[in-house]
Design a protein around this ligand. Structure first.
Ligand code: ZN
Length: 282
């Protein structure tokens, strides 16, 4: 088991409330890069054990965590992957995973500010799969063995931009800078009692907006990894935002406002705390 985090841009392992710089722990400078650490995920289990006997570099509570997977080659995101969310969006269930991209430049850390791009910016809490071992034509049976671990993401969405035109193209409306809070840690799959049944939730300004379990996913993690790899060669660090449950702002007629705190959480993984701000005019 391991929890991979990013401290000052460097890969680190979390043990309880402490963190260990991975390159220092291993005397291997190449492991300072979180992307290299993800690709070597099999080694992180033993390094977690080694870290328990080593002097930590500090307390996690004392540092600002960065993006645990900062430079993915691909960021897939899945639309309408929970039945009740499809219903609240007034759309039919898709026959195959409805896939768009969030460009990697939108990713930010677990406590970063979200810059509101307009009056209808929405929240979408999502389980995020991190590919650890690449491949093409991965079978559903093999899918979990290609996963380095799981983390939590917010698929922040500017609804008018997302839904402009027919057919609408989702990717840019979900890719404004800061629209992809991720973290707080990449958690190895073996830490979940059932990795196909993880509770996740989202609070806006203290009000619970989303509360669901991933056992309600229409296309589960096995299916997503297998399907996406039938089209694209997957590589270590690729991310899959697996879709959001019901309770988004568009269905409530309420969107993120300047100064509001967005708290997103998932069992085992932890929480994201992101303040919404209106960027100064430039
Ligand atoms: Zn989404």
């Amino acid at each position: 088991m391991f929890r991979l985090i990013s401290v000052a841009g460097r890969a680190a392992l979390q043990t309880g409330e402490h963190w260990h710089d991975l390159a220092t722990l291993t005397s291997d400078p190449s492991l300072a890069d979180p992307m290299a650490a993800v690709a070597r995920h099999h080694e992180l289990h033993a390094l977690h054990e080694a870290a328990a006997d080593a002097t930590p570099d500090g307390l996690v509570a004392d540092v600002t965590l960065g993006v645990c997977v900062p430079r993915p080659q691909k960021v897939f995101a899945i639309g309408l992957n929970y039945g009740r969310h499809a219903a609240e969006s007034g759309m039919e269930l898709p026959p195959a995973p409805l896939t768009f991209t969030k460009f990697p430049s939108c990713l930010v850390g677990p406590t970063a500010d979200i810059e509101l791009s307009g009056p209808a910016v929405d929240w979408e809490v999502e389980l995020v799969v991190v590919i650890g071992t690449g491949g093409r034509h991965i079978s559903e049976d093999d899918a979990w063995s290609h996963v380095a671990g799981l983390t939590l993401g917010q698929d922040i969405s500017d609804r008018p931009v997302q839904l402009t035109g027919k057919p609408p193209q989702f990717s840019l409306g979900k890719s404004f800078d800061t629209f992809g809070p991720l973290g707080p840690a990449l958690v190895s799959v073996d830490q979940f009692p059932d990795p196909d049944d993880i509770g996740l939730w989202c609070d806006v300004a203290g009000e619970r907006m989303q509360d669901a379990r991933t056992n309600d996913l229409i296309f589960d993690v096995r299916r997503l990894v297998s399907y996406l790899s039938s089209i694209c060669t997957l590589v270590p660090g690729d991310l899959i935002f697996t879709g959001t449950p019901d309770g988004v702002g568009a269905a409530r007629g309420r969107f993120l406002a300047d100064g509001e705190l967005l708290v997103s959480g998932a069992e085992v993984i932890g929480e994201l705390h992101n303040r919404c701000i209106t960027p100064a005019a430039s």
